[in-house]
Design a protein around this ligand. Structure first.
Ligand SMILES: O=P(O)(O)OC[C@H]1O[C@](O)(CO)[C@@H](O)[C@@H]1O
Ligand SMILES: [Mn+2]
Length: 472
């Protein structure tokens, strides 16, 4: 694409027409000469201004509330860790709110070098030091979550501590009734059908795809960590939500998978799932992957999870194993327990494996994976299907660029084709591609904030790669 037509990247800058409305405000954190940015503006800007400091402040509050519990768990010495983490978090919040430069990482960690390299590259690209409110949104957000982690990396007792874990676990328990309903649906249809074949079980497959899709509505970062559990029976709502799927490649996906089902290859067929959120969404994702395994479309699933607490609700290895474990509890009911047994078996047999590569918590779009982590790219390329769940993964797929919204999904991937790619994403950020010409403009006229509320979604599929993983 010629440079003049290149899409812009979502940036945290206050939009020019609003800049005059930015005013200085005194704050308990800001000194006399510091500016606290309070203008109205674009979605990335407003999200950084309003949500991000709240996320950091909530961790500080949580730690102070939990001090007693922490002392019981780690002993009296944890108090000095808590104090220094809280101080560093407050400093981080201050840097953010006063638009300071993004400073390098100081604490030794496996990804420290990569992150500092990314900061240097960003500075070189822009020709100036990146700051909180004048940088690509994707970069700054990822940087924030990594900086939060760094405040714990330096501690004695809290290095492994997951400050979002309680929220993720609550989101499972608060969605339990909906989870029970879906487990019952899976079990009943499984027993009725005896053996699932994709074409014959297409309606059931569509349900599991759409459940995994709408399960993505329930993430916690969109509410800065407030309850985002699933209360209603999502199955009942699926048909009503059909017209909210603005681009739906389900039929293309089905055609490809039906062909895959009958293709013989000389190794086990596998799918990679780039996982997003814990709790209800993860439960729906596992139903979908179980369906694909039970219907013999694939024999293996590689789950790619985060190696650190990320965007509040993102799944870590611990969250994954925790959920499968608690599902065995009597209060989860026999259908959920039945699902747990299946999933434990998949994990034990190695049909399901968990991977937590560093790349997922770096700020790079997926088009840069081949350069930044060629090993991971090769690993994904072993699969016959790669599924990217959720909004953040979508933003990384499309480079967080403001594409003309009818640009084809294949084009916006900009060469990221390790295997056929499916994305299931509810829209929570101002970027989308692959819409029918004119649809985005019609939606704009509705007056609804349709790109950022999670009320609309896309199911997009690109099968540029043949079933055996070779480019066609
Ligand atoms: O969990 P998901 O679907 O990736 O959503 C996270 C999204 O929420 C936000 O934090 C706020 O919209 C986005 O930055 C991010 O894309
Ligand atoms: Mn998420």
């Amino acid at each position: 694409m010629p440079a003049a037509m290149a899409p812009r990247i979502a940036n945290t800058r206050a939009p020019p027409d609003r800049i005059s409305r930015v005013r200085s405000e005194s704050s308990s954190l800001a000194g006399e000469s510091d500016q606290v940015v309070v203008a109205l503006g674009t979605f990335p800007y407003v999200s950084m201004r309003d949500r991000s400091p709240v996320i950091v402040a909530r961790i500080v509050d949580f730690l102070s509330r939990e001090k007693g519990q922490m002392k019981k768990r780690f002993g009296e010495e944890v108090v000095s860790d808590l104090k220094s983490v809280a101080e560093m978090l407050s400093k981080l919040r201050y840097e953010m709110m006063t638009n300071k430069p993004l400073i390098p990482f100081e604490v030794d960690a496996p990804d420290q070098e990569m992150w500092n390299k990314a900061l240097e590259e960003e500075a070189a690209r822009e020709g100036k030091e990146p700051t909180w409110f004048d940088s690509p949104w994707l970069f700054v957000e990822c940087y924030m979550y990594r900086r939060i982690r760094e405040t714990f990396d330096d501690s004695l007792f809290l290095r492994q501590f997951d400050y979002f874990q309680h929220q993720k676990q609550d989101s499972y328990w608060n969605s339990l009734e909906a989870i029970k309903g879906l487990a019952k649906y899976f079990k009943t249809s499984y027993h009725q059908t005896k053996q699932w074949k994709l074409q014959e079980a297409k309606v059931i497959f569509r349900h599991f795809i759409e459940l995994a899709l709408w399960g993505n509505k329930c993430d916690l970062s969109i509410t800065a960590g407030q309850d985002a559990s699933q209360k209603t029976d999502l199955l009942e709502d699926l048909d009503k939500s059909a017209d909210k799927i603005l681009c739906n490649h389900f039929e293309n996906l089905c055609n490809y998978l039906t062909q895959l089902e009958s293709t013989r290859i000389d190794r086990l067929k596998s799918a990679g799932l780039i996982v997003d959120n814990a709790g209800f969404e993860l439960f729906c994702d596992l139903l979908l992957m179980d369906f694909l395994c039970s219907s013999h479309v694939v024999q293996k699933v590689h789950f790619h999870v985060k190696s650190m607490p990320w965007y509040i609700s993102d799944v870590t290895t611990h969250d994954f194993l925790w959920m499968v474990d608690v599902m065995q509890k009597p209060e989860c009911g026999e259908d959920v327990q039945w699902m747990a047994q299946r999933w434990i078996q998949y994990l034990k047999s190695g049909e399901w494996t968990l991977h937590d590569e560093m790349f997922w918590t770096l700020p790079y779009p997926f088009s840069e994976m081949q350069i930044e982590d060629p090993g991971l790219y090769q690993h994904l390329a072993q699969n016959q299907l790669v599924i990217a769940k959720g909004d953040l993964n979508y933003r990384k797929l499309v480079g967080d660029l403001e594409w003309p919204r009818h640009t084809s999904f294949t084009e916006v991937l900009r060469g990221f084709h390790p295997a056929p790619i499916l994305t299931l994403r509810t829209l929570k950020a101002n970027t989308v591609a692959g819409l029918k010409e004119g649809l985005a403009e019609t939606m704009d006229k509705s007056g609804e904030d349709w790109m950022v509320t999670g009320n609309y979604a896309v199911i997009q599929f690109c099968d540029k790669i043949s079933p055996i993983g070779v480019s066609t």
